[in-house]
Design a binder for this molecule. Structure first.
Ligand code: XIL
Length: 384
């Protein structure tokens, strides 16, 4: 294991080998787990090293990155190389959720999540934690085991153990995810989650306090979706998120940031004045804003690949350029890096024509898409 070549991050080049790698061919493993193959090719010279997203982001003091699946980082060289080359911050797409970490009520399994944190450390990347409290991705034992009597204990113990395990290593935690849903009809806008029904509305502040205590250095974040544009639904939900944040701040709850998921859909109203006003209000309250799960669902776009790509790229550009001009917007993460693995090909969002979505900066063969260049241009619009 000692005689193999050593590649520093700056020398990574994605190249012609990417397609064959993507097709399943593996380069020989390079000794230590985190050494990645050097992939070359003229089409990649324009997107790597000083031309990568992370280099452009660093130049303007911004974090840029993506959601990842830890096993692919070391198991699939093209994937690992692109992620190492492009991102200065990572988040686990699923590996830090309850379902992944809690095989049984009394067991925690950190192996996969630790793999991500180790990879990030090896490549000089920060890590976001996602998430500590959500109504989805709960383990199958949850219902039936967690009751009104013990729910608060389960939540607090989970946060103490998980945030404690990663303490000092994370940039931020999504402490509470998606707590607002106007469809549930409550005056406070809160979603009727198992946590709300078993603990009551205080579950949110309990979670933030427990997170701060377990990891005093991670930025504590409230994260939500469907608050981006100025449609009546989006405006109403954004208003309730604002009220929630105001209540938390007024009660001295430790919260540092708001995550705007940004699962955008091409053809929906373009986010604009309402979102900007929200971001500025967060700044006045001393909060950072992260774009946490950006992608552009193009299931309504018909036509040629080039037209679809252009529509997706325009959305990336206009959205990110608008937001990164705001000084308190400090991180931009896409929900995945390659179309190969986007969740948008799942049942809920798949294109009606059955074609795979082209919604992320790299396509399913790890070729940079127009969205890559659009995102990079948008990053450049930030004032350092
Ligand atoms: C999604 C993942 O992408 C899927 O792989 C998983 O099956 C379900 O969760 N909002 C969130 C993310 O906060 O955690 C979700 O991720 C996407 C929507």
């Amino acid at each position: 294991m000692t005689s193999r070549r050593n590649f520093s991050r700056r020398t990574f080049l994605l190249g012609g080998a990417a397609a064959s790698l993507a097709a399943g061919m593996r380069l020989p493993l390079l000794g230590e787990k985190h050494k990645l193959p050097k992939l070359k090719g003229p089409q990649f010279a324009d997107v790597t090293g000083p031309r990568s997203l992370r280099a452009h982001a660093q130049a303007v003091g911004l974090l840029v990155g993506c959601a990842v699946v830890p096993e692919r980082l070391t198991g699939e060289p093209a994937y690992g190389s692109v992620v190492a080359e492009q991102a200065n911050i990572l988040v686990a797409e699923n590996a830090m959720k309850w379902q992944a970490l809690r095989p049984a009520p009394d067991k925690f399994d950190f192996r996969s999540a630790d793999e991500l944190v180790d990879f990030a450390a090896a490549h000089g990347q920060k890590v976001r934690g996602h998430n500590l409290c959500w109504h989805e991705s709960l383990p199958s034992w949850f219902a039936g085991t967690v009751t009104k009597d013990n729910a608060q204990g389960f939540l607090i113990q989970h946060i103490q153990t998980v945030a404690g395990h990663f303490a000092g290593k994370l940039h931020s935690w999504d402490v509470v995810n998606e707590a607002i849903d106007l469809k549930d009809g409550r005056a406070d806008g809160l979603r009727k989650t198992p946590w709300l029904e078993m603990i009551g509305p205080d579950y949110i502040e309990l979670a933030f306090h427990a997170a701060r205590e377990a990891d005093p250095t991670a930025l504590l974040t409230y994260n939500d979706y469907g608050i981006e544009n100025d449609s009546p639904d989006s405006r109403a939900k954004r208003g309730q998120v604002l009220m929630l944040i105001r209540r938390l701040k007024a009660r001295g709850v430790p919260i540092d940031a708001v995550g705007i998921q940004s699962h955008l859909t091409v053809g929906d109203p373009m986010p604009g004045a309402g979102l900007l006003e929200f971001v500025r209000e967060m700044a006045r309250m001393g909060l950072q804003v992260f774009i946490t799960e950006l992608d552009a669902n193009e299931h309504k776009v018909e036509g040629l690949v080039a037209d679809r790509d252009a529509a997706v790229a325009k959305l990336y550009h206009d959205y990110v350029a608008m937001l990164v001009a705001e000084p308190n917007v400090t991180a931009v993460l896409t929900w995945g890096i390659t179309d190969r693995y986007t969740w948008l090909n799942g049942e809920k969002y798949a294109r009606p024509d059955g074609k795979p979505q082209r919604c992320l900066p790299f396509d399913s063969d790890y070729q940079p898409a127009p969205a890559f260049f659009a995102l990079r241009d948008a990053i450049d619009k930030r004032r350092p």
